[in-house]
Ligand binder design. Structure first.
Ligand SMILES: C[S@@+](CC[C@H](N)C(=O)[O-])C[C@H]1O[C@@H](n2cnc3c(N)ncnc32)[C@H](O)[C@@H]1O
Ligand code: SF4
Length: 303
């Protein structure tokens, strides 16, 4: 069973338009760093004792944490996790020493996003010049230094990259063991209109991606776009399941809290009136509530 750990750095050198990371790792005092690692360890122990033997780590950018290799070693060694995945922008991974330290610590998988296939598009999303080339170099270096580490490449379908999604799929296919597209949630931090696409636009991008994936014979997973928005049922589409399995004592920030443990308000999904007559309703959680406040879906037909 797979559990999820949020490394509560809340810090990253990128500044993605949809993300709330607000500070730099270098600004975090040493004592706070120690507290963050102790908390992460506590959450990891809770998950292990709860029967989770695989762990995915996200939050800020965990690879920017200076002791990340030691932490991974602890998780794989003393705590006995069967696998550990790091979600990262990948910008630090052109460093062969770091990749080798993570490999020898027992890291099993990376999860890295491409938001475009050119610096212009990717860097417009991360709001940091140079980030695309760093990510690409990082991915190439993992392939060279740690070929046994798996790479999941992700992307988010957004206004900034909607003209490049097929090229993102083809670039990801060159390096990835698994390719996952999803859509940005709208946490209302920096203004949704900077990035969010309507479900009409998302549906048509999802159809194009599924066609291209079939053409290049690669499996693609597209998350969070309901079947009726795409107009077809496809095993490549997935929109079912609650929040990731977080430690019992982990708590989402107060402003986003909901009644469901680990589910922030901007990830709440809701069924619409069409769902009552849809044959695949049982396989679908509906639409992000935050999108429904902005975009009309009344014209979608149930499957
Ligand atoms: C929070 S980041 C942490 C790891 C790393 N810094 C990164 O960007 O991959 C983990 C993943 O969550 C995704 N993400 C961040 N904010 C999001 C949002 N508002 N909606 C959907 N996905 C989001 C990003 O695409 C990213 O790949
Ligand atoms: S790279 Fe990750 S943590 Fe950093 S700003 Fe982007 S989504 Fe947030």
């Amino acid at each position: 069973m797979r559990g999820a750990l949020v490394f509560e750095l809340n810090a990253c050198r990128n500044n993605c338009v949809f993300c709330g990371s607000q500070r730099k790792v270098s600004d975090i005092p040493v004592l706070e760093m120690k507290r963050i690692e102790r908390l992460a360890l506590k959450h990891a122990l809770e998950l292990k004792n709860g029967g989770y033997d695989e762990l995915e780590i996200s939050g800020g950018d965990p690879v920017e944490y200076p002791r990340i290799a030691e932490f991974v070693r602890l998780l794989r060694g003393r705590l006995g996790f069967r696998s550990v995945q790091l979600s990262t922008h990948g910008c630090d991974l052109a460093d062969p020493v770091l990749v080798d330290r993570l490999r020898s610590a027992g890291l099993t998988q990376y999860r890295i996003p491409f938001y475009g296939v050119t610096p212009k598009v990717h860097d417009a999303v991360t709001q940091r010049h140079g980030s695309f080339m760093e990510t690409l170099r990082g991915i190439k270096n993992i392939r060279a230094q740690a070929p046994s580490s798996k790479i999941q490449i992700t992307s988010l379908l957004m206004r900034q990259n909607c003209r490049q999604v097929l090229r993102i799929l083809r670039l990801a296919a060159e390096y990835a063991d698994e390719i996952v597209f999803s859509i940005p949630c709208i946490p209302d931090i920096k203004g949704p209109m900077k990035f969010a696409l309507s479900f009409d636009e998302l549906g048509s991008l999802a159809r194009e991606l599924l066609r291209e994936a079939a053409r290049i014979k690669r499996r693609v997973h597209i998350l969070d776009v309901p079947f009726c928005a795409v107009g077809i049922f496809s095993p490549g589409l997935a929109n079912k399941g609650g929040p990731p399995q977080l430690a019992p004592s982990y708590s989402v920030p107060d402003i986003f809290k909901t009644k469901t443990h680990g589910l922030p308000s901007y990830r709440v999904k809701r069924k619409v009136f069409q769902c009552g007559r849809c044959r695949v309703s049982g396989l679908c959680d509906g639409f992000y509530d935050s999108y429904l406040k902005i975009f009309d879906v009344a014209h979608f037909r149930p499957l």
